[in-house]
Design a protein around this ligand. Sequence first.
Ligand SMILES: C[S@@+](CC[C@H](N)C(=O)[O-])C[C@H]1O[C@@H](n2cnc3c(N)ncnc32)[C@H](O)[C@@H]1O
Length: 236
Amino acid sequence: MNNGIISTMNQESRSLQRKYQITAWFYDFLDYYWERQYRLFRPKILGVVSGNVLEAGVGTGRNFRHYPATTNLTGIDISSNMLRIAKKRARKAPCEITLIQNDSTQLIDMPPNYFDWYVSFFMFCVMPDDIQHLAVNQIVRVLKPNGRFLILEMIYSKDEKLLRRQKRFKPFVEKVYGARFDRQTLQRFQENDYLQIEKTFFVKADVYLMIEGKKNPSSFLYIKTESHPVKVLLAK
Ligand SMILES: C[S@@+](CC[C@H](N)C(=O)[O-])C[C@H]1O[C@@H](n2cnc3c(N)ncnc32)[C@H](O)[C@@H]1O
């Protein structure tokens, strides 16, 4: 696993990494109640992907068994302890899986214009708003022109009863997972000129929000990061 990421990680990712190094020990246990719902929609969402797929924030690998066999999956996470559990699930998956410790705001050593799909479930809701654009920029960099993204997030409900419940859980969810219901993830994607949102819909209630779209193929983009001094992302 790649420890080279640690020296270049921003403070926010570093702090999330520390949290998940601990949370990993009881993550599957704590998440059991919610996972019973998630496992109903994970296969429906993932059934369409194929080719080179990057899943960011794989966690303990809950998505793995739902990928079609035609998928060549690269899974990343900042927490080596989460990846250790994911590794066991990867052995039983129907597709090829490579796991790498990496930060989605940097994607060190990930080639540009390489992936057909970018998938992420419940990762942006744990990332502070002010670093989310870095991860979104990396999506632009690593996706092929017309490459597609599938982002699953959770947001506050407009239903009063549900909202009250979410507010009750808020301190727990934030403390244990670093997750919040009020992240500006959809806005971060909307602000990016190189990504096109094609569809947003709820997979359950008005809480679990899917953001679906593709990389716009008709532009040049240069990104400067520590790991990729200057990269040409795509040309028309
Ligand atoms: C709430 S868990 C979701 C796990 C999994 N996607 C699922 O659906 O069960 C969030 C995961 O994102 C990872 N994560 C948070 N920030 C990250 C970053 N900057 N780069 C990569 N992974 C990150 C955490 O370590 C954690 O495993």
